[in-house]
Design a protein around this ligand. Structure first.
Ligand code: RB5
Length: 148
C-alpha cells in the first residue's frame, strides 16, 4: 500500500520518524516534503498529499504540522479527501471505521513521538465498517457534489 506523507517545518522531524516506521512495516512511502526544519508554509504540502490521495496515487495520506489543524483545514478543501485530526489511538481507529478518513493529520507540538507512531499504527490497522456509517459518509459526498 502507498502512503503519501507531508509536513511543514514544525512537523519535519516527526515526519522523518513516521516515515522510518512506515518503511519498517513495508509500506511504500511517497514523501512530498518538507525536507528540513527551515520555516515554510503548511498548505503547500497539504495540497500535494491531498492531490495524491484524490488522484489515487496513494491510498492514504499523513500530514504533520505543529498542531495538525492547518493541514487538516487545507486537505479537507479537496474533493474526495477526508482528513481527520487525531490526538489518540481511539480517534484514529474510529476515523477509519466510522468516517472512512483517508488522511491522518497529526500535531508534532501536541504529541510525543511514541504516541504519534502508535496513532499511525492504529489508523493503518483499522478499516471502514460501512453499514450505517456508509449512509453518513454518502451524505457528506452528496453535499460535496452539491457545493462544487
Ligand atoms: C507553524 O508555526 C504552525 O503554525 C503550523 O505548523 C501549524 O501548527 C498550523 O496549523
Amino acid at each position: 500500500m502507498k502512503i503519501a506523507i507531508g509536513s511543514d517545518h514544525a512537523g519535519y522531524l516527526l515526519k522523518e520518524k513516521i516515515k522510518e516506521f512506515l518503511i519498517s512495516r513495508s509500506y511504500q512511502v511517497i514523501d512530498f516534503g518538507t525536507t528540513s526544519a527551515e520555516s515554510t508554509d503548511y498548505p503547500i504540502f497539504a495540497r500535494e498529499v491531498a492531490l495524491a490521495v484524490q488522484r489515487g496515487e496513494a491510498q492514504q495520506g499523513i500530514l504533520i504540522c505543529g498542531t495538525g489543524i492547518g493541514m487538516c483545514i487545507t486537505a479537507n478543501k479537496f474533493k474526495g479527501v477526508y482528513a481527520a485530526l487525531c490526538t489518540d489511538e481511539y480517534m484514529a481507529r474510529v476515523s477509519r471505521q466510522h468516517n472512512n478518513a483517508n488522511i491522518l493529520c497529526l500535531g508534532s507540538r501536541v504529541l510525543g513521538e511514541a504516541l504519534a507512531i502508535s496513532i499511525v499504527d492504529a489508523w493503518l490497522n483499522a478499516d471502514f465498517e460501512g453499514g450505517r456509517h456508509e449512509r453518513r459518509v454518502d451524505l457528506i459526498k452528496k453535499m460535496e457534489e452539491d457545493m462544487c
